[in-house]
Design a protein around this ligand. Structure first.
Ligand SMILES: [Zn+2]
Length: 231
């Protein structure tokens, strides 16, 4: 994280207090982006839930070898506020923070994953220009701070500007996202085990589409991980 010196943080906090993205309480020197109280309230994704979601979202297409999500996305709860801040309010540091939590958990629960490359789900360049950044990049960067793999933001490009998928069903999402991505640098992808990272995985259509394109180019194994899983 940007400033992590144990003497500097209290100093900065005095002049520039930091606040919890969820409940707005002043953070103490040891908290980052979300206060301990809010963080404890976020529902963790159980192994049963993850297995169930893998069956539902990824098993049939045989593109994603394995998958992990840290939390369950619940509407109007602590995590939604933080992810909203990450996506729309320039609070990209929370992406790094949550990405680091995800990375630490992956080390524990998926020690068998052999990751050569970490790729964040790309945004279309117009959307990135509008938002100023790709929130998934920060999540992936946080995860890579822990996993010490190779982060590549440019290997995969989003070439189709897609509408918001929030109101679409799985069939509509698949159609909407089809042909949305292109591999920019094939040699970087070939024979590699790739971890795709998104902030929230809902139907899995976006992750599956990215995975399919990467597999067609010759990627070896595709893993997927996200901060949260949503219905
Ligand atoms: Zn809080």
């Amino acid at each position: 994280m940007g400033v992590n010196n144990k003497y500097l943080i209290p100093f900065f906090d005095y002049f520039l207090p930091r606040f919890c993205l969820s409940c707005s309480i002043k953070l103490n020197a040891y908290e980052d982006s979300i206060c301990a109280n809010c963080l404890n309230k976020i529902e963790r994704a159980s192994q049963e839930r993850i297995d169930h979601e893998f069956e539902r979202k990824f098993k049939d297409n045989k593109i994603i070898s394995d998958f992990y999500s840290l939390y369950v996305f619940e509407k109007d709860k602590e995590l939604q506020q933080s992810i909203h801040a990450l996506k729309y309010e320039n609070k990209f540091k929370v992406g790094i923070f949550l990405g680091e939590l995800l990375g630490n958990e992956l080390l524990k629960v998926k020690p068998n994953w052999q990751i050569d490359l970490i790729i964040p789900i790309p945004l279309h360049h117009l959307k990135k220009a509008e938002r100023g950044y790709n929130q998934s990049f920060y999540t992936a960067k946080g995860a890579n701070n822990i996993l010490h793999s190779q982060l590549n933001e440019n290997a995969l490009k989003r070439i189709k500007y897609t509408d918001s998928q929030t109101t679409m069903n799985i069939g509509e999402r698949k159609e909407n996202i089809s042909g949305a991505f292109k591999v920019k640098n094939k040699s970087v992808i070939k024979n590699k085990n790739i971890l795709l990272i998104d902030d929230v995985i809902t139907t899995g259509a976006t992750i599956s589409e990215c995975g399919m394109i990467l597999t067609e180019i010759g990627a070896n194994r595709i893993y997927a991980a996200s901060i949260a899983i949503a219905d």
